[in-house]
Design a protein around this ligand. Sequence first.
Ligand SMILES: Cc1cc2nc3c(=O)[nH]c(=O)nc-3n(C[C@H](O)[C@H](O)[C@H](O)COP(=O)(O)O)c2cc1C
Length: 182
Amino acid sequence: MKILAIVGSPRLKGNTDYLVEQALGEAAKLGAQTEKLVLSQYEVSPCLGCDDCASRDSCLLKDDAGWILDKFCEADGVILATPVYWYNVSAQMKAFIDRNYFLYKHNRKSQARAVGIIVVAEMEGIEDTVHTLKQFIDELDVERGRIFTACGYANRPGEAESNLPLVEEARKLGRQMAGEKR
Ligand SMILES: Cc1cc2nc3c(=O)[nH]c(=O)nc-3n(C[C@H](O)[C@H](O)[C@H](O)COP(=O)(O)O)c2cc1C
């Protein structure tokens, strides 16, 4: 099983990244093949809204979104992870979501059968952020019972690490993604 984590935090080795590492570590222990993509390390520009996707073989924007979307399509499980920025996903995650319009217009979608949602906030906005991510994955063929969440509070780098219930939630998410039933 291939699990791809897409990380929307631009803060390298921050809270979101730490929780993703925990989840992937547990999934790998159960035999999953894991990969982490930190969006800020690539060029994923915001959609230009040309609305010409359907008549084009590839997006007008020649950046990294094309191959990232291919990986997103091929993964058996995807983890979408973001910090809360102004009560919703980070700009990097939103650009990635918007660029999925190209897939949508070509009747392509991720073959993922499990989705993990990891969201970290200082104090407010987790619900709206999870809602956005759930709306985004709504068109995928993922059973409700195969959508897992790990959400909680941390602010300064390293704080997630000491939020032990959140760390355990992220680890559990990784195990569940890899097929563990509990
Ligand atoms: C631009 C920006 C906007 C933020 N907006 C919110 C917010 O609306 N609600 C909140 O609780 N925390 C907010 N935060 C705090 C982050 O969610 C928090 O620091 C989180 O731990 C960052 O995760 P990271 O270390 O993975 O980047 C914001 C931080 C930044 C930099």
